[in-house]
Design a protein around this ligand. Structure first.
Ligand code: NAD
Length: 256
């Protein structure tokens, strides 16, 4: 038994980083987990660690893939109780002049439309069973104006508003919708954003540790697990009275 026993979760971007840490924690808490990602070998290897996990290729910028992922949960496990829309990637910009139609569409599809498709296709199942928890992924980039690239920050801010809209629309059927706002988390995305792709994991950890000490009130680097623990709260019945909310798990970054 665990805090999610009997529940089925769909986690996008579950092959790596925050998504992977959440897959591992959810499995440990007794959930069935359907992992969607575009890194097929990595995603399949994560699913292989448990008989209660399955992997399915899903590009979250494609509505049909998101629907198929949710359908797979219902077919395989009979229901979908939790949707964690987490997949994402970093894309920098060089100011407004560098933004164009293609980059706008790419970033909005990846970070905003993907979460919208998830809400749309989880909604009928969750309404019918009169329960469900959807967790979207925003960012500290939705706070202030200096925490992220322009398009990314716009998309992550819109995710927060969409989360509140969905929470109110779905509440009558006891479906809850909340957002998580990660701070600086030591994952592939963050390493890439810093140009640390080629560094060893020790070197990366050292750089992230010093960035944390410089920027955050809490002088420790955030890990995927730190976000997963907050997502677990929003996914479990412990948060049954919480909907339409978001919070930063960021070592105090946005408070400082
Ligand atoms: P990550 O790169 O470790 O993991 C992201 C995963 O999403 C990868 O497995 C990747 O293959 C997958 N993915 C990318 N594009 C996809 C697509 N089109 N369809 C399906 N899967 C796709 O990065 P992470 O840090 O774990 O990021 C997870 C989420 O957290 C993202 O939405 C990111 O914007 C958000 N976030 C991260 C940080 C941070 O500091 N790491 C901060 C704030 C928000």
């Amino acid at each position: 038994s665990g805090r999610l026993s009997g529940k089925t979760a769909v986690i996008t971007g579950g092959a790596s980083g925050i998504g992977r840490a959440t897959v591992e924690l959810f499995l440990a808490e007794g959930a069935n987990v359907v992992i969607g990602d575009v890194q097929d070998a990595l995603g399949a290897s994560v699913a292989q660690t448990s008989p209660n996990a399955v992997y399915q290729h899903a590009d979250v910028t494609r509505e049909a893939d998101v629907k198929a992922l949710i359908d797979a949960a219902v077919e395989r496990f009979g229901r979908i109780d939790i949707l964690f829309s987490n997949a994402g990637a970093a894309e920098r910009d060089e100011g407004f002049a560098s933004i164009d139609e293609a980059s706008f569409n790419r970033v909005m599809q990846l970070h905003l439309a993907s979460a919208l498709y998830g809400i749309k296709h989880a909604e009928p199942h969750m309404r019918a069973q009169k329960s469900g928890a959807i967790i979207t992924t925003s960012s500290v980039a939705a706070e202030g104006t200096t925490y992220g690239p322009i398009l990314y920050s716009i998309a992550k801010s819109a995710v927060l508003h969409m989360t509140r809209l969905a929470a109110v629309r779905l509440a009558a059927d006891k479906v809850r919708v909340n957002a998580i706002q990660p701070g600086l988390i030591a994952t592939a995305i963050f390493g890439r954003a810093l140009g640390l792709d080629q560094e060893t994991s020790e070197a990366k950890a050292a750089v992230m540790g010093s960035i944390a000490e410089l920027m955050q009130p809490l002088p420790v680097a955030g890990q995927g697990r730190d976000i997963a623990e907050a997502v677990l709260y929003l996914a479990s019945d412990a948060s049954r009275f919480v909907t339409g909310q978001s919070f930063c798990v960021d070592g105090g970054l946005t408070a400082g």
